[in-house]
Design a protein. Structure first.
Lengths: 552, 366
């Protein structure tokens, strides 16, 4: 028999200790999009660019982003991303770049690219783990002030920044932020490359200029197509229906309200005095309960009360979609097609979160008619290049009957035909299937909206495809008839002993008669002055490499 | 020649037709070739005339996707015909098909296409194909009996007399063109027989001598030449014609009906290529009963063929006796071959069946 203080449990207890958030993520890097070297490069750039765009939009600045990727040999790359955003105040710089789960976006209900505050610090951590080098940050917030320069590491056990160097620097720029990291990575072109990501970003963010130098030292500039910054997305308070137990406990703890009723009316959208009372009644709680005194059981009752109460949907004016016109314009730039359609759906709500679905199709033209259609997915204007199979978008496309719209399709699969489909979801909170933000979760409300948008595009597509088929049939018939016209001329020439000139006359007259009788053939085909061939080539130079686990 | 064309001159008619098309084209009007529709539902049967005559239904070939190729082919074939007539030459239907292989996109893929266009030109110009310079591949029927055919030597043009009593165990064979032939005969009637087997038996036993007749083997549905030959012989020498076939729908409706009144498909030339005074002596459905003949079951297609005939064939519709007989065979669901008479002895057909039949007009069908 072991002594009381020497049990197996005691032995095990020696090994039991805190797991640092950063440590956890450093061991589970795939959760953050660092599954492999190729994706690591992509994710790093994506997170930095997303942050830059969010910052510029919040500050009302037209973004100009410089992306430099330098191949340093031995699978090492130096990545520099520089923006002209508002800059970051000195004290925040280390936390933002070297502390995981630190950020401004997690607690706000607002359409933005970043959400959790993990992305960029995860990149810094990944860089540190693979090359040991510190991330170099420069940020300047005012033209008259010098820039702050930092060299940072993440302390993975304690999840806090380690400052290796800190100094003021002159920077010939009014304001902005620049990050430089060295990381282990690999650069491969194709449909899941940085090139493709930046291009698609430029398409859905026509107000952005991106100056990109790729590892081959080729500079590609995506100039902005519009001077209008998108309508600023408004911040909203959470809607009661979108709040889960854990969140509720946190909100109750942090609130300044003295009563449950005022807590409900001030912390949530769509809750007035009457509704708050009703919630309390439905949850068998007193409206003047102090929020801090709410026990777990009482909080559960509160959740129950919210569930039972009918609430108005959250406000939807906080969403800023791309818009049908700009979406179509983006498609025209990228794809040389015969037909385009774009649809922006009215706002809708899933689990208390407002969202807007937009969809577009480009049909015919230079596109391959044998293979599966091309799918382009965007969430809050950010291109989604991985995990296509797991995405609600893909599920919605597969669940839509494209045969009625003129594409071929087998049961539950993507349609086949010369067509590209774009789907964009804009929301205050985009539900991703994982932290790496690659696929949208399968909420029925979202799938329904995507399908409605696709169906609208499909109907417009169908009428075009029908017209095209009719014209093709007619043109086939016509050319068939024209084949035999010379024989009529030849036969009549011999039968009537005519001259060669008469034979030609007969043929030309018959062609005139044909034209007169069948009408002028309407011309269809590609008529797209917006098409940008150089742009379209980006991301297509090399054969696609599908890596393990990325496609189901 | 049998047919009288509009002007009596095929070349002239052809030129007129082509000129009409040419003028239309020059006036920027849709050119068109109109031909009579050659089918059973576009014929009428008038017993006084004795053959299927065309009604007014027509089809048109013009500059549409479904007809333009045939339109061009028709003109091209007319041109070939023109050349044949000018050179006093002939081409067989198969040769015409091969000539078309020079027409590139407009060539015929199979001979039936070419034959159809040929039949259409016949119908459109109301002539027969021999007048256009085209002849068929097949020869028509074998002949034995009391007949002398007066023909010409193809080289010298000298008259040749062919005595069909002196064919031994063989037979004289009807040429593809019969218009120039003359006949000498003392026979009392013509007996047209469906199968070569039965013909052989009758020749072997010199039936034509005993019955004082001319025997003709049709070999299935008789060729145009064979029909025309019998028609001319029958008209010239005022001879009655009797037809002896198997007791089945094919014998009744395909062989006999076509022999007597022509077919829907060749309605434009029926007037000259049928034998309206022919009578059917057997084997009738009643014969199968009366002579207790061995039978075979009727196939579904046969029954369908008969029902179709009762419903749509103007000839059957006109003759109650045929309607009755056809209804009878559908009810019996059996058929009997000519040779089934051998059940009663190999020469029963000569000693009993034919003499009895020929004596009793009531046992015939019209």
């Amino acid at each position: 028999m072991a002594k009381e203080d020497n049990t197996k449990a005691h032995e095990l207890a020696k090994k039991q200790r805190d797991i640092g958030v950063a440590e956890f993520f450093s061991r589970n890097r795939h959760l953050l999009g660092f599954d492999n070297k190729r994706k690591a490069l992509m994710t790093t750039i994506k997170e930095a660019v997303d942050n830059s765009l969010d910052a510029c939009e919040e500050a009302g600045i037209l973004p100009e982003i410089i992306v430099d990727v330098v191949d340093m040999g031995n699978d090492r790359f130096r990545v520099t991303i520089e923006d002209n955003g508002p800059g970051i105040v000195k004290a925040q710089i280390p936390k933002i770049f070297a502390k995981l789960l630190y950020g401004s976006k997690f607690h706000t209900m607002k359409q933005s690219r970043g959400q959790q505050g993990i992305g960029i610090s995860a990149s810094v951590m990944y860089a540190q783990l693979t090359t040991g080098r510190a991330a170099k940050i420069t940020s300047k917030i005012h033209p008259n002030k010098p820039a702050n320069y930092y060299e940072l590491h993440v302390n993975t056990q304690q999840n806090k920044p380690e400052i290796l160097k800190e100094e003021e620097k002159e920077w010939k720029k009014e304001r902005g932020t620049k990050i430089e990291v060295d990381l282990e990575a690999s650069y491969i072109g194709g449909s899941q490359s940085i090139d493709e990501y930046l291009k698609e970003t430029a398409i859905t963010n026509p107000h952005v200029t991106i100056i990109y130098t790729n590892p081959k030292a080729e500079q590609i500039i995506f100039p902005r197509a519009t001077e209008n910054v998108p309508k600023e997305a408004k911040e909203i308070k959470p809607h009661p229906h979108g709040v889960e137990m854990g969140m509720m406990i946190k909100l109750l703890k942090d609130t300044d309200s003295r009563t449950l009723q005022s807590f409900l009316t001030t912390e949530f959208s769509r809750v007035g005095g009457g509704t708050a009372k009703e919630i309390c009644k439905n949850g068998a709680l007193l409206p003047n309960t102090k929020p801090r005194e709410m026990s777990r059981d009482m909080t559960e009752k509160l959740m129950e009360g919210i569930k039972k109460t009918k609430l108005i949907n959250p406000p939807t004016d906080c969403i800023s979609p791309i818009g049908e016109e700009l979406l179509e314009k983006g498609l025209r730039k990228e794809i040389n097609a015969e037909f385009y359609a774009a649809v922006t759906r009215p706002p809708s709500v899933y689990r208390g979160n407002p969202f807007v679905i937009e969809a577009g199709v480009a049909y015919g033209g230079d596109q391959n008619s044998e293979g599966t259609i091309r799918v382009m997915r965007f969430a809050n204007r950010v291109p989604l290049l991985f995990q296509q199979g797991a995405c609600a978008t893909t599920k919605s496309i597969m669940g839509t009957g494209w045969r009625a719209y003129g594409l071929s399709q087998s049961q539950n699969s993507l349609p086949v035909g010369p067509c590209s489909i774009v789907v964009h979801i804009a929301s205050v909170w985009v539900p991703f299937t994982s932290e790496s933000k690659e696929a949208i979760a399968h909420y029925p409300e979202i799938i329904k909206e995507i399908k409605l948008a696709l169906q609208e595009c499909g109907r417009r597509l169908a009428s075009y495809v029908r017209k095209r088929r009719k014209i093709a049939d007619e043109s086939k018939k016509r050319s068939y008839i024209e084949t035999y016209i010379p024989y009529v001329g030849a036969a009549l020439k011999e039968l009537l002993s005519l001259k060669a000139a008469d034979e030609e006359k007969i043929s030309s007259m018959l062609n005139t008669i044909l034209e007169k009788q069948r009408g002028t053939l309407e011309k269809i085909g590609v008529d797209n002055p917006d098409y940008d061939e150089d742009l379209a080539k980006i991301g297509k130079k090399e054969e696609e490499v599908i890596e393990d686990g990325e496609e189901n | 020649m049998a047919k009288k064309t509009k002007s009596g001159n095929v070349l002239k008619d052809m030129k007129e037709l082509a000129t009409g098309i040419y003028n239309k084209i020059m006036k920027k009007k849709q050119p068109e070739l109109v031909t009579p529709l050659r089918s059973l539902n576009n014929v009428k049967y008038d017993v006084k005339d004795g053959y299927f005559e065309l009604l007014g239904k027509t089809k048109s070939r013009t500059l549409t996707a479904s007809t333009v190729k045939t339109f061009a082919q028709t003109l091209l074939m007319m041109n070939e015909s023109k050349k044949l007539i000018q050179d006093d030459d002939i081409a067989t239907k198969r040769e015409m098909y091969y000539i078309s292989k020079n027409w590139k996109d407009a060539r015929f893929k199979e001979q039936p296409e070419s034959d159809t266009v040929m039949d259409d030109i016949e119908a459109m110009m109301m002539v027969n194909r021999e007048q256009l310079g085209f002849i068929p591949e097949e020869k028509g029927g074998d002949i034995a009996g009391k007949l002398i055919v007066v023909d010409k030597d193809p080289e010298t043009g000298k008259q040749i007399k062919i005595d069909c009593t002196k064919m031994g165990s063989g037979a004289y064979s009807v040429p593809s063109s019969v218009e120039g032939l003359k006949f000498e005969t003392s026979a009392k009637f013509i007996l047209a027989i469906e199968t070569a087997g039965m013909f052989q038996r009758l020749v072997k036993h010199n039936y034509w001598k005993k019955a004082n007749c001319i025997l003709i083997s049709l070999g299935g549905v008789p060729t145009r030449a064979c029909r025309r030959f019998i028609r001319r012989l029958s008209d010239d020498k005022k001879l009655p014609v009797f037809v002896f076939t198997d007791g089945d729908p094919y014998g009744f409706l395909n062989i006999y009906r076509t022999f007597k009144v022509g077919s829907g498909n060749a309605a434009h030339i029926n007037e000259y290529f049928c034998v309206p005074n022919a009578k059917f002596i057997g084997i009738t459905p009643q014969d199968i009963v009366d002579y207790k003949l061995p039978t075979h079951p009727l196939k579904d297609v046969d029954i369908k063929r008969v029902k179709d005939g009762i419903k749509n064939d103007p000839f059957v519709q006109h003759h109650k006796e045929w309607q009755k007989s056809l209804a009878q065979i559908v009810k019996m669901k059996v058929r009997a071959e000519q040779q089934a008479l051998a059940k009663h002895g190999l020469n029963f057909v000569i000693s009993d069946y034919l003499p009895k039949k020929l004596k009793n007009p009531k046992s015939w069908l019209p």
